[in-house]
Design a protein around this ligand. Structure first.
Ligand code: NAP
Length: 277
């Protein structure tokens, strides 16, 4: 087997690991590199970044410094809304690859279906990147069912994942159903509701019962829903606390209590968000 073939095989067996590290606002390159290295050495195998986070260089350095081979890491980035025309997708992805110091991405997302996004043009450019071996999978982010319908018309089953805000205060029933029906992975961003999960009595009750943090309860609930959370954490203490959520199993009563939360609080709602929100 040639080196190229070995790398291809390694990429094919590389599935999306169920807990990722978010990196938005971890934009000091050396701090970001340290967080990524710590996460990988703790056991994480999925790192989430984006062109707009301006930390791809730090993420790349963290991966290089960690005692984990690149092929074992599921690396995802996102093309920003100003670059979703054909040339923008191609050029900025090459720049991302350079900054991340890698020759392929495990997953490349359309960050938002906004501004320069055009389903046909954008997704065809993504498909070309996939065919050329620069990316392994195509993802979308902040897509509602109508955007997913349109994307599937262009690239069919190649829509691998939809990354959206999801946590106990935004439970995303409709999207969960859609993604399960069409075999699309759901990735939960802001899975700690950007800190709000620490102030939800139902989560505190479950956390006290299991003697764990509310962060772990939120992440375990997401896992129970079949969703991949990508909590952002900077310090080793937070990175490790979130990783420990993998050992937490919620019982039926816990899940029912969290399901019954009726507060609906979206944390991320920029002016370019879908109109249907
Ligand atoms: P989040 O993960 O819900 O919350 C992050 C906040 O929680 C940070 O302040 C972090 O502090 C703190 N934290 C993390 N673990 C903790 C723990 N165990 N105990 C106490 N505090 C803890 O929010 P997010 O950053 O918005 O979302 C996560 C990731 O999703 C982002 O980083 C990004 O990768 C992605 N995202 C994507 C989109 C999109 O449009 N696709 C939008 C938003 C986010 P420290 O940093 O100090 O550890």
């Amino acid at each position: 087997m040639t080196q190229d073939e070995r790398q291809q095989t390694a990429r094919r067996i590389n599935r999306m690991p169920t807990l990722g590290l978010g990196t938005w606002k971890n934009d000091d390159q050396s701090q970001c590199a340290e967080s990524v290295q710590t996460a990988l050495e703790t056991g994480y195998r999925h790192i989430d970044t984006a062109q707009i986070y301006r930390n791809e260089e730090g993420v790349g350095k963290g991966i290089a410094a960690a005692d984990v081979p690149r092929e074992d890491v599921f690396l995802a980035t996102k093309v920003w809304i100003s670059s979703l025309d054909e040339e923008g997708v191609t050029e900025t992805t090459k720049e991302s690859l350079d900054r991340l110091d890698t020759d392929y991405l495990d997953l490349l997302y359309v960050h938002w279906p906004s501004r320069t996004y055009d389903a046909e043009e954008t997704l065809t450019a993504f498909k070309d990147l996939k065919n050329a071996g620069h990316i392994e999978r195509i993802g979308v982010s902040n897509f509602e069912p109508e955007h997913l319908d349109e994307a599937r018309e262009v690239i069919g089953d190649d829509v691998f994942a939809n990354q959206v805000e999801m946590h106990p205060l935004l439970q995303q029933e409709a999207l969960r159903e859609y993604c399960s029906e069409h075999d699309i992975e759901l990735v939960a961003y802001s899975p700690l509701a950007r800190g709000e999960v620490f102030d939800v009595p139902e989560l505190t009750e479950v956390a006290e019962k299991h003697e764990v943090s509310e962060a772990q309860v939120s992440l375990a609930w997401l896992r129970e829903k079949g969703v991949t959370p990508i909590p952002k954490a900077t310090s080793a203490a937070h990175i490790e606390d979130n990783w420990a959520a993998r050992d937490l199993t919620l019982d039926t009563e816990d899940v029912a209590l969290i399901d019954s939360i009726e507060r609906e609080e979206r944390q991320i709602d920029p002016d370019f968000a879908p109109e249907s929100w």
